[in-house]
Design a binder for this molecule. Sequence first.
Ligand SMILES: Nc1ncnc2c1ncn2[C@@H]1O[C@H](COP(=O)(O)OP(=O)(O)OP(=O)(O)O)[C@@H](O)[C@H]1O
Ligand SMILES: [Mg+2]
Length: 224
Amino acid sequence: MLIKATNVWRTYGLGETAVHALRGIVLTVSQGEFIALLGHSGSGKSSLLHLLGAMDVPTRGEVIFKGEDIGKMNQRQLADLRLRCIGFIFQTFNLIPSLNALENVEIPMKLAGMKRKAAKEKAEYLLEQVHLADRSKHLPSQLSGGQRQRVAIARALANDPDLILADEPTGNLDSENGDLIVDLLLKLHQGGRTIVMVTHNPELTRDVSRIVYMRDGQLLAKAG
Ligand SMILES: Nc1ncnc2c1ncn2[C@@H]1O[C@H](COP(=O)(O)OP(=O)(O)OP(=O)(O)O)[C@@H](O)[C@H]1O
Ligand SMILES: [Mg+2]
C-alpha cells in the first residue's frame, strides 16, 4: 500500500466562515493503481489530491505515505517527500515561462542533487518519451497547450516518483489533445506507475483501474 488516508478532514478558515472541504475521507491507494477521482465542482477533489501529494496536511485524521505520517512532518520533510516521491500535473501546466522545455524537465532532478550532465540526458530521454524531442529548446509560450502538458508530464516523471497526481490534466485542452494526455497516462499506468487523476469527464475514465466519486467532501461509495 502506498497511501492510507484515515478519517481525513480538511477545514479551511475558522469559526463561522469555516469550510469543511473534506469530511472523514477513508481511502487507500495501492502500488500500480490508476484511480480517477470524479465529482462536482467544490466537492473536495483538489483538496484531497493536495493531501495525497503532501502539499497540505489534514486538519484531522491521518495520511500515511509509505508508512510515514505526513501530518507529523515539518515543511522541509514535506518538500523533500514531494520532490522525491511525487510528480504533479496541473490543469494550467505550471511550467516556468523563462525556461525552455528541457530546462523545465531538468529542474526537479537538479533540486534533488543530480549531476548536470545526468539531468540533461534524462530530461532528453523523458522528452523523447512524450514525443517532444524536437521541441526541447522551445519556451512554454512557443508550445501548444497539449505540448506544454506533455512537458509537464516529463517533468513529473523526472525523479521517478512513486505517485503521479494529475488535477484535471485535460481541463485546458481540446478533446483530441485531452485524449492524447490520457493515453500517455494510461501507458505510464501499464508500465507500473501509480496515478491519481481528477477529472470532470467520465469519458476519460474508461480504462482506469478504479473510479472514486466525491460529493460534499466525502467519498460516495466504499473506495477501498
Ligand atoms: N484555500 C482555501 N480556502 C478556503 N476554502 C477553500 C480553499 N480551497 C478550497 N476551498 C473550498 O473547499 C471546497 C472544496 O474545494 P476543492 O478545490 O477541493 O474542490 P474541487 O472538487 O477540486 O472543485 P473543482 O472541480 O471546481 O476544481 C470548496 O467549497 C472550496 O470553496
Ligand atoms: Mg479542483
